[in-house]
Design a protein around this ligand. Structure first.
Ligand code: SAH
Length: 392
């Protein structure tokens, strides 16, 4: 069959061959609808079983699914046309009824002080998400976003200022990793879900994204090389514990007692530290994984001796590691970062109490690396009144 792949993204209506093709595509649309798939089918974000269902519906062999997905995830194919080990007829049929999402790089900020690059990517609907590539000697770590905006309302965070705009689809989260790899030429060996958004408030998409990172036809990342950070959605932590995905759980604590935590994080009004620590322990029991507790140090708010002592008491007996994060100042917020001396003192007192604590390498305040800053400075995320609902 003569290949017309040069044209594949725009279905032709001219000429006999075009008409034949359009008829075939009409049949495929009907078959997909009959199989409960509303088109066009977005391939990026599909697990192999789902891609098999698509191919089966249009009467193609199921084993093609893995080949198509390998092209998309491992070889970063932008179109079906370039999948040259597949029959041309299959590529044409897929191009007519399916797509392969790709985020477009909008801005790039490279930190002069370290090897951190922050990107803003444009989504197909014009919204934007930010993600960061952190280079180490032999590998790179990708920090990805799970939502456009966020509805958690943390008092020190820029991501939440305009509220939740929308959820990201699994393919939109995964493509952040693929784009970072393609744009920097660096293989991503670790993924941290610590960009904009609350991953457990976009639960299904996040879990599917984690599976996609791990699948052999996709990036093949070990779950141990993935960290999911949550502000403390307790039911989500319980649910994640049952998924059988031994990713590292990071819990954003930021305060060792409920009254202070409620001032900083509205989610603490819904679930107290007792419930949060109970869920984190359940996560450890289910996965054998040590939980990381994130603690952003804010000058005069949560960085005193009292808080260091209370934090050590709270974590005593738990399999825990504390990640101290010097606050990234956000222009819309009044909080200031702790003084370097206070950071050191806080770390030493945790250490003395037997709680392992490290100070997180700064993600480059010089490149607007604090959550949500880049998207806001690009002019997106300022819209008032789009605040979504509060946490469930
Ligand atoms: N929603 C998830 C992931 C978000 S961001 C969560 O809350 O865990 C990852 C971490 O950065 C969280 O611990 C978050 O509280 C923290 N963070 C947000 N804004 C910050 C800022 N301006 N400075 C320092 N840390 C910040």
């Amino acid at each position: 069959m003569k290949s017309t792949l040069g044209n594949q993204s725009k279905p032709s209506s001219a000429g006999r061959q075009g008409a034949v093709r359009d008829n075939a595509a009409t049949g495929d649309w009907a078959a997909l609808r009959a199989a409960g798939l509303s088109g066009p089918v977005e391939f990026k974000g599909l697990l192999v079983g789902e891609a098999e269902a698509v191919l089966k519906a249009i009467g193609e062999p199921r084993y093609r699914a893995r080949q198509v997905l390998e092209w998309i995830y491992r070889r970063d194919a932008a179109s079906f046309a370039e999948m040259t080990n597949l029959p041309a007829s299959l590529r044409e049929r897929l191009a007519a009824v399916a797509g392969i999402l790709r985020l477009a790089p909008a801005t790039k900020n490279v930190s002069p002080t370290d090897e951190t690059t922050k990107y803003l990517f444009r989504l197909p609907d014009g919204e934007a998400v930010e993600c960061v590539l952190i280079r180490y000697r032999h590998w790179a770590s990708a920090c990805v976003s799970t939502q456009v905006g966020c509805r958690m309302g943390c008092a020190f965070c820029a991501s939440t200022i305009g509220g939740l705009v929308r959820q990201l689809a699994p393919g939109e989260i995964l493509d952040q990793v693929l784009r970072l790899q393609a744009l920097t030429g660096q293989a991503v060996g670790r993924v941290v879900v610590m960009g904009t958004g609350e991953p457990l408030d976009n639960y299904e998409a996040t879990v599917k994204f984690l599976r996609l990172l791990h699948e052999p036809y996709s990036l093949g990342l070990g779950y141990r090389h993935i960290t999911v950070s949550t502000s403390g959605l307790v039911p989500g932590i319980w649910r994640l514990a049952d998924e059988g995905l031994p990713v590292t759980l990071a819990v954003s604590l930021h305060a060792p007692r409920d009254d202070l935590r409620r001032r900083l994080m509205p989610v603490a009004k819904r679930w107290g530290l007792d419930e949060l620590m109970g869920a984190a322990d359940a996560y450890t029991s289910a996965t054998g994984r040590r939980v990381t507790y994130e603690y952003t140090l804010i000058d005069g708010v949560n960085d005193g001796r009292r808080e260091a002592r209370e934090l050590a008491d709270l974590l005593a007996g738990h399999l825990a590691h504390v990640n101290l994060i010097p606050l990234n100042p956000v222009s819309e917020r009044t909080f200031r970062p702790s003084r370097p001396g206070a950071v050191r003192e806080f770390q030493v007192s945790l250490d003395r109490a037997g709680v392992p604590a490290t100070v997180r390498r700064e993600l480059g305040p010089d490149i607007n690396a604090a959550c949500g800053q880049l998207r806001r400075s690009s002019g997106r995320g300022r819209a008032p009144g789009r605040t979504g609902k509060g946490p469930a």
